[in-house]
Structures are given as C-alpha cells and as structure tokens.
Design a protein around this ligand. Structure first.
Ligand code: FAD
Length: 478
C-alpha cells in the first residue's frame, strides 16, 4: 500500500513528488502516457512570469509571487536551463498605458520586486526591433525563461532517485474509497493508497468526479505557436507581451533557453471532448502572426521551423483549486493549474506538502534526500572535457544531430537514465536531436535505430510520441 499516489506526471505532479520525497513516504506517480511531461507541460510559453499579472488575493497571485524566486536554486540543483531575462508589456496608446498602471499596482499588491513603467524611448533602447510607435512598457526584470520539459523530466528523475515509483502507461479509470484510504483502478491493475493527489491537468475534473460530486469543470483552451530558427534570435532579448485581454496575457514573442524564438499563443475554446486536440490551424497561426507584428514589425516568419499547440486547463472557478476534498478525506485536488501554473509550481508543491503534513499529523524527514541530478551536455563542455569523455566513451565522439550537435553518447544516456526516453520525441525532449533547423529529417532514422538497439525492439515498434504514433509500418524489402 502506498502512502500517496500522485495522478499525473506533468510539472505539477513531478514537483510535488520531488518535494514529498524529502520525507519518509511510500510514493508513486501514475501517468497514462508513455512518458512524463506529455500533457500541457510539453507545450506552453515556458515563461517564469514576474507575478504582476494575477489578480491580488488569488491562489495564482500567491503561488506565482512565491514560486518565481525559487527557480534559481531548483534549476541549479537539477541542471535545468533557466535564464532571468526580464519581460516587457508594451503599450501603444492611452488605454494601454492605463492597463500598465493597473498591472503596476497589482505588482505592488502581489509584492513583486523591481517592476517599473518605462517610456517608449527606453523600450526602443532596450529592444531596437520593437515597433517605434511604442509609448511605454511595464518592465519586470525578474521574469525568466526555462527548459520546461527538461524541468519536468529532471524532477521525475530526482524524485525516482529519492525513492518515488513512476508508473507510465497507467491510466486511472476509477477510484473507490476504502477503510484504509483508496483503491485506484487502472488499465494495469489496482493500486492501494492512503492518500491521492490529483494533478491530472486537463482531466483533473474527471478524476475529481470519480470520488466526489462535480464541483468544477475544466474548460479546455488551445494556444498555438510558431518556433523560429536560431538565426532569428536577434529580434529580442526579453519576453515581449502586449497588454492582457479577456483571454489572458495575449500573444508574446520570446527567446527560448536554447536560442530559438517562439511567437504565440492565441486562445481558442474547445469542446469537452477535444482536450487532446493539439493540432494547429491556418486561421489561428495567421491571427498570431498579424497580432505579433504589432510588437515587432519585422519578424522573420520565413525562418519558422515548426508550429505546436498546448491545451490550457481553464478552471470554471477562475483560480487554481488546491485543497483536500471535504467529502473525500485524504484526496487533494491540484486542479485548474492554468498559466501561471509553471511559474507557480515550486510554491504549489511546498503548499501541498504542508497540506499533507496537516492531514497526516506530521511527516518524518528523509535524511538521505539528495537534491542533485546531473546531465551531460556535450556541446557545453570544454575542449579538454570533450576529449576526456570521448576517450572514456567513443560514442560521445559521434555526432547524430548536426543541427544541435548532439552525440550518440548523449542519446544513449537519455534512454538509459531512470524515467528514460522510449520514443523519438522523448529523446528530443531530453537532449534535442530533431529540435533544430531540419527538425529531425537527417537524424530521425538514426535516433530510431539507437532507440531500437537500446530498447531491444524492432524499428517498426519505435513510435514518435504517443503509443499509436508509429513511424514505420513495415519492411519494403526482406
Ligand atoms: C498555451 C499555454 C501557455 C502557457 N504558458 C505558460 C507560461 O509561460 N508560464 C506559466 O507559468 N504557465 C504557462 N502555462 C501553464 C502551464 O503550462 C501549466 O500550468 C502546467 O504545465 C500544468 O502542469 P500540470 O502538471 O498540471 O498538467 P499536465 O502537464 O497536463 O500534466 C497532467 C498529466 O496528467 C496525466 N493524466 C491525465 N489523466 C490521467 C489519468 N486518468 N490517469 C493517469 N494520468 C493522467 C496526463 O497525461 C498529463 O501527463 C501555459 C499553458 C498553455 C496551454
């Protein structure tokens, strides 16, 4: 019997698992997909927001303002890319300037440090490619950008190192209350657990409804993006927002931690049964392009290397829902974690630990907890370190992805690690072959070959992402 079962291996579930692994607990994370970080955590803007935007007094405001300063330490411990590059919200007319004042006042109420309103000249000084019609901007220097799936994967790996079980390909189908806690029915058998933490993202209402009456709904909303090649990186060094609207923070232009530029998202309401519909559409992409060109007039969209979309878990209550259910003791909802959920994740995790402490009457510290997890990124090593590594393992001397300079050694490592990659996109999320300009057209088959060899599978069995996303259908020659 587990003490705690966490449903969902996104950034929220994994942060909570790692935080709880600091205590002597028998923990498991249950994930329906074949990899961690395959839900909303895989596809978002990857911004650690300054925290000025959320309405004061909400959970979103509280956890964003507490979460933002925690990222330096956790990213250092887990070897995750994170840069505090600052953000600018642009104003183009008097109405926008009023919006900036409102955001500035919120920043004071939310206790966000160093936020200021700057004039148009200073904006153009800071970012020369910005539309010269800009009247002013809200500057938030503590905003940052992060490797978002790298973070979720690192959290899972570190949690596993500290004793947490990860059950992939395990979908929760139903839950039953028992005298000792809960019985969780999955496609892969039953799990007994004293407590449950529901971190199921866009499906969190479905999980809630397995143990209690419906008290909220998740209203899925899609956001689509362009990813531009690294050659477009000159267009901005900051995260560039426009003034927020009724659908949220609007279309942004931002660098990524790997040197690309992302442009997006829009906000499109989806039907209840469209929670997994992550396609992109011409109309949405055209809208994003047109809107973004107001911020920077010359965005080289001809350097687009891919598009993607993610689904927001918009809660019907309008705010994060983080609480033990009155009518299902020991069941904690961590639901409706829309933006700024990523920025809030470390603070949410600490809050959930406090809830578990209250519910259980106290937790015993795990003195063996190791906060560190390391990655080898070959291209970042010195010449001497590279030579040393190749001497030890010649596979680090063989480049597989020419766009991103990824070696065979790194790919093998990404597969062999705990919570290791089993799919082409799983390898890409961890070490980036296929994330460059050619989008895997050169290295894709070679990555598949390495996966097949390492996992002892046929090439035909290697999938791109989800379990049914087969790439090869069979042999043309025997
Ligand atoms: C377009 C967009 C832009 C965003 N930009 C930002 C941003 O810049 N900054 C920011 O702070 N936040 C941002 N967010 C919000 C942020 O991405 C989310 O708050 C965060 O990723 C939520 O993580 P999660 O773990 O709750 O959900 P998820 O990552 O979706 O994880 C939930 C997991 O639960 C699993 N699951 C579901 N049902 C079951 C079941 N029955 N059994 C087992 N497993 C199950 C899913 O497969 C999934 O892996 C953005 C969101 C979107 C969509």
């Amino acid at each position: 019997m587990y003490d705690i079962t966490i449903i969902g291996a996104g950034v929220i579930g994994n942060f909570i698992a790692r935080e709880l692994s600091k205590y002597k607990l028998n923990l498991t994370i249950v994930e329906k997909d074949n990899d961690v970080s395959n839900g909303t955590t895989k596809a978002n803007s990857a911004i650690i927001h300054g925290g000025y935007d959320a309405k004061p007094g909400t959970n979103m405001a509280e956890f964003n303002s507490k979460g933002n300063p925690m990222f330096d330490k956790v990213c250092e411990e887990l070897d995750v890319p994170f840069k505090r590059i600052g953000s600018l919200v642009l104003a183009f007319d008097d109405k926008d300037m009023k919006s900036l004042e409102e955001l500035y006042n919120r920043s004071i109420e939310n206790n966000i440090p160093d936020v200021e309103i700057i004039d148009g000249d200073r904006v153009v000084d800071m970012e020369p490619n910005i539309n010269g019609d800009v009247k002013g901007a809200l500057y938030s220097p503590t905003a940052g950008i992060i490797g978002v799936y790298e973070l979720a994967i690192a959290l899972a790996e570190n949690a596993i190192d500290n004793g947490v079980d990860l059950k992939l390909n395990t979908e929760v189908k139903d839950i039953e209350k028992t005298d000792e806690g809960y019985k969780i029915f999955t496609n892969d058998g039953e799990i007994k657990s004293k407590y449950i933490i529901n971190c199921a993202g866009v499906y969190a209402d479905k999980i809630n409804n397995m143990v209690a009456e419906e008290s909220f709904k998740i209203l899925p909303r899609r956001g689509e993006y362009y990813v531009l090649d690294k050659s477009a990186s000159y267009i901005t060094n900051h995260v560039i927002f426009q003034c927020p609207n009724e659908f949220g923070k609007g279309v942004l232009i931002a660098p990524t931690v790997h040197g690309n530029i992302i442009v997006g998202p829009n906000s499109q309401e989806l039907n209840d049964d469209e929670r997994n519909q992550t396609q992109t559409s011409r109309d949405s992409l055209e809208y994003i392009k047109k809107t973004a060109l107001k911020s920077i007039e010359k965005i080289p969209f001809n350097n687009t290397i891919t598009n993607f979309s993610g689904i927001r878990a918009e809660p019907s209550t309008g705010d994060f829902i983080i609480e033990e259910l009155e009518k299902a003791k020991g069941f904690i909802n961590v639901a409706g974690i829309k933006s700024p959920g990523l920025s809030s994740a470390p603070a949410i995790a600490q809050h959930v630990v406090r809830l578990v402490q209250e519910i259980s009457g106290g937790l015993e510290e795990n003195l063996a907890f190791n906060p560190r997890r390391k990655m080898i990124i070959f291209s970042k090593l010195s010449k001497e370190e590279k030579a040393e590594l190749i001497k030890k393992n010649p596979r680090y001397g063989r480049i597989i992805c020419r766009c991103e300079n990824i070696t065979e050694g790194e790919i093998i490592d990404s597969i062999r690690r705990n919570a290791g990659a089993t799919t082409v996109d799983g390898v890409k999320k961890r070490v980036r072959p296929g994330a460059g300009r050619c989008q895997g057209s050169f290295c894709g088959p070679r990555v598949m070959k390495i996966l097949a060899r390492e996992l002892n599978k046929d090439m035909e069995e290697i999938v791109k992402d989800g379990n049914k996303s087969n790439i090869l259908t069979g042999k043309t020659k025997s």
